[in-house]
Ligand binder design. Structure first.
Ligand SMILES: Nc1nc2c(ncn2[C@@H]2O[C@H](COP(=O)(O)OP(=O)(O)OP(=O)(O)O)[C@@H](O)[C@H]2O)c(=O)[nH]1
Ligand SMILES: [Mg+2]
Length: 199
């Protein structure tokens, strides 16, 4: 297993003043870009549990739409962002393949909220993620990682996923730090709005 804990030179030590850890989970179907997103925004080289996909996965894993993909997450991705002197954001990327979905409920424990990543070529792969989040009552935003510059509009995706109007929905590129930061900021703003609404 490639459990990279980073090259020491690339590590940013955790600030001594850090007191609060905030946990956010990145979920979505197989190969939508969850590992890419955690890698793009993490200030430490992320802990990543990628395995090379082998012939044994053929027929088990749905690789039809991700033919160029060579590795897959077998446990989870872990990254970190220091928000300020006290608050640290911890990012957990879920494994996307159906055979590892049993891990998701444990990953949700203690999370403030989630990002659902959607691939426009396989929007229906997001249903499981949304169903689990709704089951746990966990707030989420939906980010569309467009692999191609076409496909359904955000409004069509909102309809296809039956998303309530108050759930934020935005485009992103999971490989780009600034784009992923915007997704996380959108989630934090959504969480703040919900917290302000609760008496
Ligand atoms: N063209 C393009 N490729 C992307 C984009 N986002 C991710 N990729 C590529 O798609 C592949 C799959 O991305 P991953 O980040 O491994 O996806 P994942 O959701 O973590 O996959 P699993 O953990 O196996 O479910 C990688 O080779 C990425 O470089 C994108 O927006 N456009
Ligand atoms: Mg992954």
């Amino acid at each position: 297993m490639d459990s990279r804990v980073s090259d020491p030179a690339a590590r940013t030590p955790l600030s001594g003043t850090a007191t609060t850890g905030l946990k956010i989970v990145i979920v979505g179907g197989f190969g939508v870009g969850k590992t890419s997103l955690v890698s793009a925004v993490s200030e430490i080289s992320p802990l990543s549990t990628e395995e090379i996909m082998t012939q044994a996965g053929v027929g088990v894993d749905d690789i039809a739409q991700v033919r160029d993909k060579r590795t897959t997450t077998v446990a989870f991705d872990f990254g970190r962002i220091t928000l300020n002197a006290e608050n640290i954001l911890y990012l957990f990327g879920a494994p996307g393949q159906e055979r590892f979905w049993f891990l998701w409920d444990q990953l949700f424990a203690g999370s403030l909220g989630a990002v659902v990543l959607v691939d426009t070529r396989r929007v229906e792969d997001s249903w499981y993620a949304i169903d689990r989040l709704e089951h746990h009552g966990m707030p989420f935003v939906v980010a569309v990682n467009r692999f191609e510059n076409r496909g359904p509009s955000l409004e069509q995706i909102r309809d296809a996923l039956s998303l309530a109007p108050e759930i934020p929905l935005l485009d992103c590129d999971a490989r780009l730090r600034e784009s992923c930061k915007l997704v996380l900021i959108t989630l934090v703003r959504h969480l703040t709005r919900l917290a302000e609404r609760t008496p």
